[in-house]
Write a protein that binds this ligand. Sequence first.
Ligand code: C2E
Ligand code: MG
Ligand code: MG
Length: 586
Amino acid sequence: MSETHAAERVSDSLLSCDSIEETPEARDHTQCASSEYQHLVHGGINASVDGIIITDARGVIQSVNSRFTLLTGYSAEESVGNRPGLLSSGRQSAGFYRTMWRTLLEQDYWQGEIWSRNKNGEVFPEWLTINAIRDASGQLQQFAAIFSDTTARKRQEVQIRRLVYCDDLTGLANRRLFLERLEQARAMAHRESRRMAVIVLDLDLFKRINCTLGHRVGDQVLSTIATRLQATVGEEESVARLGGDEFSVLVHQVESLDALGTLATQLIESICCPFEIHDSPLTLSASIGISVYPEHGESSEALLKHADTAVYRAKAAGRKQWRFYQPYMGQHNQQVLTLEQSLRRALDANELDVVYQPQATLKEGRLVGFEALLRWTDPVLGVVPPLQFIPLAEKLGLIDHIGRWVLDRVCSQLHAWRHLPRVPVAINVSALQLNDERFVDEVERCLARYSLPPELIELELTESCLIPNAEVVHKVLQRLRERRIRLLLDDFGTGYSSLSYLRRLPISVLKIDASFIRELPGNYEDGELVSAILSMAKALGLEVIAEGLETDAQADFLRTLGCGVAQGFWLAPPLNVPSATDWLMR
Ligand code: C2E
Ligand code: MG
Ligand code: MG
């Protein structure tokens, strides 16, 4: 059999999809064909759903199969004698074809994806395998091309891409896609020597919504937020959900820092607009951090990290605001870290202490009680004020431990003072302590341990204590009251609780916040306010303590208004145990 004839037989076999090993001629041919060719033969036959083209050594089409006609629209008559360029889509460059031919001639094999155009002019992606067919002497005889339409697979790829790169809930880009886009945007800004920015947005107190209204509502809110954010930034900028209640916007073109600030304000406003949940309005807010390339970071990682740090600062500054990253913010984080390590150590090393600030009548200066105030002196950091480390202790989950320690310390001091005139000591408690019913038992156990009557300790709580988990807190307060432990409402006037709400609580004493006392008697409004609080307290049968009393003039003024008891530097600063003992003996 001549070689051409053998090749024709192969072509026929390829086109007819018969098993080639079943004919002796074909077996002959497989002996002289390359191993890739054998592969092609098997593949071609077994995968009859593929289109097949056989050309001569010059690339002129000799035959095509019926699948080819189905995929391209060209009949065998229209194709034979033509070149495969018939299908050219124009999408591949001349360079692409040069490389393809070089590979094909060197390795007798080429495989890859190309775009083709069918007879109707539609472009489609195809997966193409071309084999060169040589005779026994190595002379090029033919090319066999097998291709499949990969449109379906492409669609699948898009679907997979969506699964991998999309946030299910909101349809926004997810963190992975965001990071890729961020890197692209950063690289482009670098090439073009211009700025780009990362905005990170975190919802304020979103956990509350999840906890109180359920995850379904939480999800609904997140979806709505996604829509609002996208609408605010427009289609050009990419919005992503980084996870949980954290979103991000990439700003590719930064016109000015002012413009970024304006955008951040608009984003916050879009979130503050009330949501309709079960026919009732729900309001939310968000905090934003912004980092700008290149001033706030040279790499994607640094930009994202710094935007995160800035969000943290925006939250610490009272939420519902935006901040640009500032280099000192990193230092702040470092400081917090140092503080955390030191605080944990201080607890073990017993570096905490309690001081006692007298509370006395304004008329006679008679001592009626003390407030216990926590002190921490770190060997390296020096004196750390409670307003700095108590919020940190709350965040780290150390406040229970600290609270128990203070309670025990005060009770043991009261026990030590048992032979002196007895006055109560007020202890500050944090919201988190009141959120746990076991707190009541702890107080009782501590009183029992030192054989103290319950009247000797009082608890100071702030209005912020009353919000988190109202039911548990109410129960705890009620139980404490039943055990004859008096409750003081600290920093009164700075919260927003309504009077009718406060009336329902078992509170005995209002402590007027120092900020209302500070500018007395000069500040008329503050004077009116203090006067109103005093008459209101009287009507409700509550006692009042004025906090932060510093001057004679303030003392006179409060006395004329009928304020009974005060606390402040005018009387005494917080005292160590020996000085407090002196006060008791006076
Ligand atoms: P607070 O309960 O309102 O305590 C009063 C604060 O005012 C104390 O600050 C006290 O030293 C200060 N002070 C007293 N008299 C004057 C005055 O005449 N002028 C001025 N300018 N300030 C005065 P301190 O000790 O720094 O405590 C700050 C806050 O830390 C307390 O506010 C309380 O909320 C919290 N705190 C203190 N000790 C504890 C504790 O053991 N547990 C908890 N959970 N919180 C505590
Ligand atoms: Mg207090
Ligand atoms: Mg106070």
